[in-house]
Design a protein around this ligand. Structure first.
Ligand SMILES: [Cu+2]
Length: 147
């Protein structure tokens, strides 16, 4: 009987947490003020179970998880160009991602799941190409400072 009660409690908690899973939107843009080829916002904090939806507000972009930029055991997700994309985050940690055609032009962004920064050093060690290098430094500094 005790086991059944625990099971019911666990299942109820699961239902409640699923009901509260949120969806966040990130825009894929050609231009915003002085910036070109960007994700807006470029850093978002979510909880495990939450979904991020990337909106192809402008064409020519996609979402590709950056190699070595995700928590251990997570497969690299890659979306199609010109299309909205969606991914549900179930593993805690930092996720670095980039636009395949605009990686060298600085089109990178981060998702932090459950406020877990345990893979920070690994993500900071990535060799970000071209303009991504400077932006990665700025964004990672913000992540480190929790802002
Ligand atoms: Cu792009």
């Amino acid at each position: 009987m005790k086991n059944i009660t625990l099971y019911i409690i666990a299942f109820t908690l699961f239902l409640i947490s699923s009901a509260f899973a949120e969806t966040y939107e990130v825009q894929m843009l050609n231009k915003l003020e002085k910036e070109r080829n960007l994700y807006n916002p470029s850093i978002i904090y979510v909880n495990s179970g939450d979904t991020v939806k990337w909106i192809a507000a402008d064409k020519g972009h996609n979402v590709a998880f950056t190699k070595k930029g995700v928590p251990d055991g997570v497969e690299l997700y890659k979306s199609k160009l010109n299309s909205d994309a969606e991914y549900t985050f179930n593993t805690a940690g930092i996720y670095a991602y980039n636009c395949t055609p605009h990686y060298g032009l600085g089109m990178i962004a981060f998702v932090i799941v459950d406020n877990d920064l345990s893979n920070f050093d690994q993500v900071a060690k990535i060799k970000y190409p071209g303009k991504s290098k400077k932006l990665a430094k700025v964004l990672l500094e913000q992540i480190k400072n929790g802002s």
